[in-house]
Design a protein around this ligand. Structure first.
Ligand code: CP
Ligand code: NVA
Length: 306
């Protein structure tokens, strides 16, 4: 196990499946109110250069429940990469804290933070990827679908950080992954090619939404304008309008299909209210599983650090 949790592809399939099993065990302890304090007397620094609800709350609640203390450092607090160099912050914060979770803009900054930090660093989202989210997503799919075999996941929308983590997961666990997006909004080509090279999963990037969603087990979407792109929201709304996940799209798959979204959702844009509220929508199980998946990630890193 590596020191840090930065990308899904840094882990083997066995390590990923092991963390998912551990997440289920820890989730069951949480439900039973069992005492579980692997982080007693430890502290987690949470650095946020962008806003957050789920990531902040799930990490803080999870780490506190596991006996530790979590410290929130918001966008106006330490000015990582602005007020102070990333490598300096890394060496200072890791002298005080046993673990660091960071949500940053520039992906190179999380790599630098991990390189210079003596404590484990967990990626809480960058412009490139969002690995904690995808661990929670696959945990949720394991709980709802009988098997992961022959799973078809169709992501509809912008080829963004969420897609990159899905693509990395597809280099480790076998699936059929399709990304249906407007032209010019495809995911990073190197990340796509790594799936082809791995030979583990099939991947298709398409502009044909109707064809893409056929036989989908899961339809997944995310906002059309991510954090840092909100000034493009109106322009993107026009470009992405054909890619809205609405009731007609969900009903056109030809089988029982779950709807997923990392949240926050912009209701009426990338997804309709009706889809979010439908019985096939598992977005709140998915949001809950952020905490259980992350608890397992943190405990695994602790084990790895001995
Ligand atoms: N899904 C997710 O990361 O949500 P937040 O941005 O609210 O943390
Ligand atoms: N793609 C979105 C994900 C939010 C959890 C963003 O980066 O804003």
């Amino acid at each position: 196990m590596t020191k840090d949790f930065l990308h899904i592809a840094d882990f083997t399939a066995d390590e990923i499946l092991g963390m998912l099993d551990l997440a289920k065990e820890i989730k069951s302890k949480f439900y039973k109110h069992e005492e579980y304090k692997p982080f007693k007397n430890q502290s987690l620094a949470m650095i946020f250069a962008k806003p957050s609800a789920r990531t902040r709350i799930s990490f803080e609640t999870g780490f506190t429940w596991m006996g530790g203390h979590a410290l929130y450092l918001g966008p106006n607090d330490i000015g990582i990469g602005k007020r102070e160099a990333v490598k300096d912050i890394a060496r200072v914060v890791s002298r005080y804290n046993d673990m660091i979770m960071a949500r940053l803009f520039n992906h190179r900054h999380i790599l630098e933070l991990a390189e210079y930090s003596s404590s484990s660093v967990i990626n809480g989202l960058t412009d490139y990827n969002h690995p904690c989210q995808i661990m929670a997503d696959i945990l949720t799919i394991q709980e709802h679908c009988k098997t992961l075999n022959d799973l078809k996941v169709v992501y509809v929308g912008d080829g963004n950080n969420i897609v990159h983590s899905w693509l990395q997961l597809a280099t480790r666990l076998s699936m059929e992954f399709v990304c249906a997006c407007p032209e010019g909004y495809e995911p990073d080509s190197t990340t796509v090619n790594n799936v082809h090279k791995s030979g583990i999963s099939s991947v298709e990037i398409t502009h044909d939404l109707k064809k893409a969603v056929k036989e989908a087990d899961v339809i997944y979407t995310d906002v059309w304008a991510s954090m840092g792109q909100k000034s493009e929201a109106d322009e993107r709304e026009k470009i992405f309008s054909e890619f809205q996940v609405n009731e007609a799209v969900m009903e056109s798959t030809g089988k029982e299909t779950f709807f997923m979204h990392c949240l926050p959702a912009e209701r009426g844009r990338e997804v309709t209210d009706g889809v979010l509220e439908a019985p096939y929508s598992i977005v709140f199980d998915e949001a809950e599983n952020r905490m259980h998946a992350q608890n397992a990630i943190m405990v695994s890193l602790l084990g790895g650090n001995g």
